[in-house]
Design a protein around this ligand. Sequence first.
Ligand code: ADP
Ligand code: ZN
Length: 615
Amino acid sequence: MQQTPHSILKEYFGYDQFRVGQETLIRQILSGGDVLGIMPTGAGKSICYQVPALLMPGLTIVVSPLISLMQDQVAALRDAGIPAVCLHSNQDQTAYFAALDAVRRGDVRLLYAAPERLLTESFLSLTESVAITMVAVDEAHCLSQWGQDFRPSYLHITEFLAELPRRPVVAAFTATATQMVREDIKRLLALHEPQELVTGFDRKNLRWIVERPAKKYDALLQILKRNQNKNGIIYCISRRLTDEICSKLCADGIAAVRYHAGLSAEERASNQEAFLRDTVQIMVATNAFGMGIDKSNVSFVVHYNMPKSMEAYYQEAGRAGRDGMPAECTLLYSPQDIRTNTFLIENSEQENDRLTPEQRTILRRRDFDRLNTMVQYCSSTDCLRHFILRYFGEAAPTHCGNCGICLTESETLDATIPAQKILSCVYRVAQRGRQCGIRMLCDILQGKENKSLKEAGYQTLSTYGLLGDISRIQLEHMVNTLIARGYLRMDTSQYATLSLAGAANAVLRGQEQVMMSLPKRDLKQTQREQRLAEMPDYGVDEALFQKLRRLRERLAAREFVPAYIVFSDATLRDMCNKRPANEEEMLAISGVGKYKMEKYGEAFIQEIASYSTKS
Ligand code: ADP
Ligand code: ZN
């Protein structure tokens, strides 16, 4: 039978349908054209080059930045019956040359290589004996010094392509969408009229939440409670805090491991391993953890601090829910986070010495702009998904129904007059040559009588006590909304003080109406918590699911691969729902291909049968 993209998808990967964008890119590659795929984490970029690699003659080289990422991908491919190998510097000589030999013999379809390998003699000699049909560049933003993760070794790819006797198809993939990075990728890889495809950035299964808790650790415990028995990552801004939170959790009887660059290589490796293999469900880490972590069954990601940019946030939080199951992404925000980030920006050694002083200044300004966007996000009292998608240049409805705001705060009203009062209070304070933060501003407007307020003489302001009649929660919400919408600016360079921004004038002059959605006055904390905890019900028999998980763990241990490589959680859930009883039914499960059926199918069929007869 003639193989097609669809038959490959079904046979090897066990999926019935392509996701948005995948097929377009695959067809372009098969017709010999270059592609640039810009897709968010979890969208399914790998399939876009893996499927054509199996359909085209010759070898596909995949360039990937991280050894762990490569090893995972190769393990997953092999487990699906696809001959793949990797070449990197951590390999011993024997393994390295065995892999090279397999490639020379033509036994391999996909060769994963670290960029610094490409120009070595042994690698280049390979290109004389095998035809290279495609070079796929994963995490292609590493080429650009404007991106987050510039890697000079990625520039070897350009040179490598030039060395080849025949130019292969070049397929580049990234989750970073900014125009500058995109242009860099196209230029540096010299893509020939590439098909550019940006798939929607929306990840419908992710629930976005921002909390501004008085006590972050308590809020964290609450999140862990509503996500019991699920895998999650907790990102902290510093190594010290990572250690602290991890020990606290362990002391509170919650099994967690930690990860940051200050740990020994052994501890990092074994903690990562424990998390990937589902031995420990909670990972506490700095942002050093995660790039290249393909674990698909992460159900929640908590940011204990505000990250430095929306790009970083979306990438880190996006590690939740890769299997398409409902997942929660919560950011615990406090204005202190602004100070910490500011410090980090001001003290960041631009490790990149190719930059001129002017470029450095530009980069620093850009960093502060990005930080400001995060402050606006954290202050937002409008739909969070809308905010994110708009930031990435995508149109989106103003109500998504699946974010912290849409779920709990849906009273929309005309807030023009209180907004005017708030803005003029900021103005009056500025007239006295001073600035204040959110707390002081609300104290003034509510006519509080605390010591620092009196010392500053604010009780004589004309705006003192002007909003004494609305609740504190509502007032803080209004201030946050004004920040998020760009009427007020929160200073990111020092003390989180407020000043008027350009858009404020029109409101002060009565030329602009301000509509706001405010926290429902009658919603109690417990009700709020309940709404956040309710996830769409997939009606899965939990006992069976846990049984299948344990079986998966045993099989994974036998094969020396992480559990999710055997089958994803989504696949196990599909089994729970359909309870396949024979080979044919098993092959109809999403994520079960022919090869995996042969390898694991029978074990799962039996497990399901024994469970069904008992219950
Ligand atoms: P990315 O590299 O874009 O972050 P991956 O390639 O790791 O994403 O894919 C994320 C998950 O989606 C994987 O578990 C993958 O098996 C799954 N996936 C990819 N394509 C499909 C598809 N067409 N149908 C169902 N699942 C898919
Ligand atoms: Zn929403």
